[in-house]
Ligand binder design. Structure first.
Ligand code: PA5
Length: 446
């Protein structure tokens, strides 16, 4: 079994019976997902995606990824939120958080358009200056401000460097199949396009061209990734909590939340999991945080953050639970050597592998946090490869859908995201927002 759920570090806080009592609610959530009878049912395409993906486009992604690998030293991936986090998380998970420093036969991959920072944008401009680069701009709506600002800059750079036709060979657009300004521009300029399916929302889109193109450019085997997701889809098809770890995880989160544990910290002992934490936070935050409900998604990398957040986790407000993702094998092992002088007193570790030390750090921390009142859900995977990643992505997506319906929210919309945009556009003087502008400016002056 690729990803296994362990409950031994939650036993002091909830009983197996309390989890099983949620079976009727899990059944209802399962029916909503599988029969499309719940809110947000227009966005359930991700459920069958690992089987029912567009095979022609999938092959086309591989062809284009190869072309980009051959032509470009750098791929600039422009996108934000669901059009950014999955690809970056996958590349760092399978390759490394230091991918750009370590890659040899594949292009560097630099992410842009995920903020409105002029410093961040200018730094990427400096990095591609004088280099052969290509751009993959990703936006389902095709109208999002952050990537649009960034795309203006890199499109202009490509046109002035290679001319309009040369730029068209280096710009790849992932967007809606027919709507949006990006699609219109791509069609008029002859940019190659990839589709974000209508029925897959941004944060559930990593297994579409949104994630797959950059992931494939990084030299990651997307067939194995989809195989992992396919196996997870088959493993988590039935609604019985006893045999479905994905649904059990969703149930446990809700039982803990009802007992006042309303903050979930996603934790890993592997630094290359840091962007998976960010992907998880978007998936769960945007899916569950609405109507005054939701478990707040936080994250940490241990043991790093035990030296910063550790105090709070051990001893602060008792509202936390942790979900710890551990791996049986590290991607690279390191044996600790004997030091004849033993100046640091660490010779008792000589001959031990670092992964063993990391494991003991996890076990000791889980027990300490349990003593401090923090339940730990544990998810164990074999290693950090494509297959395990595909399996894990599907696990978290499905658990999110189930958990959101148990919470009583629509897990597939994000109405709250619009509020900041309205205010920002009004303050920037965008046509159509004149009325709001005056009111907002008065509030700012106060
Ligand atoms: O999950 C979501 O829907 C959002 O986070 C979007 O992915 C994000 O806002 C970017 O939207 P778009 O792809 O339309 O540019």
């Amino acid at each position: 079994m690729p990803l296994k759920l362990y409950t031994n570090y939650i036993e002091d806080f909830i009983t197996e019976n309390e989890i099983l009592e949620l079976q009727p609610e899990v059944n209802k959530a399962h029916e909503k997902l599988h029969n499309g009878t719940g809110e947000g049912s227009d966005y359930l395409g991700w459920i069958d995606l690992p089987e029912a993906y567009d095979k022609d486009e999938f092959e086309h992604i591989k062809v284009v990824a190869k072309k980009i690998r051959e032509k470009a030293e750098i791929l600039v991936v422009i996108g934000i939120g669901g059009s950014y986090l999955g690809a970056r998380a996958a590349i760092e998970f399978v390759k490394s958080q230091n991918y750009n420093l370590l890659c040899k036969d594949t292009p560097k991959i630099i992410f842009s358009g995920n903020s409105i920072s002029s410093t961040a944008l200018s730094e990427v401009v400096d990095m591609v200056e004088g280099k052969d680069f290509a751009v993959n701009v990703i936006s389902k709506s095709g109208t999002t401000t952050e990537p649009a600002i960034s795309f203006r800059v890199f499109r202009e750079m490509l046109i002035s460097k290679y001319g309009k036709d040369g730029a068209a060979e280096r710009i790849f657009v992932t967007t809606d199949k027919e709507k949006g300004t990006l699609k219109k521009l791509a069609d008029s300029e002859g940019y190659e396009t990839f589709v974000v399916p209508d029925n897959v929302g941004g944060r559930y889109s990593v297994l579409t061209a949104v994630g797959l193109l950059p992931i494939a450019v990084a030299g990651i085997d997307i067939d194995k990734l989809m195989q992992g997701a396919r196996d997870a889809r088959n493993a988590f098809k039935n609604s019985d909590i006893k045999s479905n770890d994905c649904y059990k995880y969703a149930a446990i989160r809700n039982v803990l939340a009802r007992k006042g544990k309303t903050v979930e910290m996603m934790v890993s002992y592997e630094p290359s999991f840091a962007m998976m934490n960010e992907w998880f936070k978007q998936l769960y935050g945007e899916s569950e945080g609405k109507n005054g409900k939701g478990i707040f998604p936080a994250s940490a990398i241990f043991s790093t953050d035990l030296h910063s957040l550790g105090q709070y986790i051990q001893d602060g407000q008792r509202i936390l639970f942790e979900t710890v993702v551990i791996f049986k094998k590290p991607n690279k092992e390191h044996m600790i050597k004997m030091d004849p002088d033993d100046v640091d007193g660490l010779n008792f570790l000589a001959g031990k592998e670092m992964s063993y030390v990391n494991r003991k750090a996890f076990e000791g921390t889980a027990l300490a946090h349990n003593d401090g009142g923090v339940p730990n859900i544990v998810l164990e995977a074999e290693c950090m490869n494509e297959y395990e990643l595909g399996y894990m992505i599907y696990f978290f997506e499905k658990a999110c859908g189930i958990s959101g319906y148990i919470l009583g929210v629509n897990p597939f919309d994000q109405p709250g995201v619009e509020s900041y945009k309205r205010n920002m556009f009004a303050l920037l003087g965008k046509p159509g927002y004149e009325n709001e502008r005056e009111v907002l400016e008065r509030r700012i002056r106060k």
